[in-house]
Design a binder for this molecule. Structure first.
Ligand SMILES: C[S@@+](CC[C@H](N)C(=O)[O-])C[C@H]1O[C@@H](n2cnc3c(N)ncnc32)[C@H](O)[C@@H]1O
Length: 243
């Protein structure tokens, strides 16, 4: 829409009490789901596998040692693994958080979840709960999570704004959301770090850390979630553009 034609509509929306971001996004015909969350203004990668890369190779590159160290994962914590897939992180988190901690292993694919539950049961990981979520909601208990991991899966989330919004409600105050991904443009399996930061900030998250991991594993971006009462209205979330 041309600026001259958009201006009266933006003005009308502002007078009606809608924020300027929402007013602008409404004029640009943003596609929204039933809850009002915008679709990402970029391609989304297909779900193709329950695992990012070979487990032995990831261990050789010290993936979880690096990531757990950066997040200070310790006994007694409740850690969520969003998009847990076949459980590479789950089985390594379980002994670290120990009997007083919990691992919430979440995914959206029923067959991946079935195989993950079998792995958890076979290994007798009694501190792990397998959770079925949806593309826009990991469906975790409110205010329960110290650290949430999204490992090599952000680029596959069909509703990243909805997922970040609903995840925020599950975080304890000060809890951290850690996103590991490659710096690649979706629909390839990665997310440019500046795009990730923009999308998370659009839901009220604050980036508190960023590190390129050793061993060609991609990057780890760390965010603090907004308190549940500081979340924006879904209809006010303005989708970010990929440069
Ligand atoms: C490439 S696999 C990575 C699995 C595991 N995190 C790892 O590091 O090996 C991506 C996983 O994310 C899951 N996924 C995709 N979109 C999701 C969403 N909106 N919510 C939860 N899981 C999702 C897929 O089903 C798949 O299991």
């Amino acid at each position: 829409m041309k600026a001259a034609r958009a201006a009266p509509l933006v003005l009308a929306a502002l007078i009606a009490g809608v924020s300027w971001q929402a007013a602008l996004s409404q004029t640009a015909a943003v596609k929204r789901n039933a809850e009002g969350f915008p679709a990402p203004d970029r391609p989304v990668a297909d779900i193709v596998s329950p695992i990012w890369a070979d487990e032995a190779e990831r261990d050789r590159r010290l993936e979880t040692e690096q990531v757990f160290g950066l997040l200070d994962i310790k006994a007694g914590m409740t850690v969520a693994d969003i998009g847990a897939g076949s459980g590479y992180y789950v089985v390594r988190l379980s002994p670290v958080v120990g009997p007083k901690g919990n691992v919430l292993a979440e995914d959206i694919m029923p067959d991946y979840l079935r195989d993950l539950q079998k792995r958890v049961t076979d290994l007798k990981l009694t501190n792990v709960t397998v959770v079925q979520g949806t593309t826009a909601d990991p469906k975790l208990p409110a205010a329960s999570v110290d650290v949430a991991f999204l490992i090599h899966m952000y680029h596959e989330i069909e509703q990243p704004y909805g997922l970040a919004y609903n995840l925020a409600k599950s975080m304890k105050p000060g809890g951290k959301v850690a996103i590991e991904d490659r710096d690649a443009r979706p629909p390839n399996h990665g997310t440019p770090p500046d795009l990730l930061k923009c999308e998370m900030e659009a839901v009220g998250y604050r980036q508190t850390g960023f590190k390129t991991l050793d061993g060609d594993l991609g990057y780890l971006a760390i965010f603090t979630a907004p308190a549940a009462n500081r979340l924006p209205r879904p209809a006010d979330i303005v989708p970010c553009k990929m440069k």
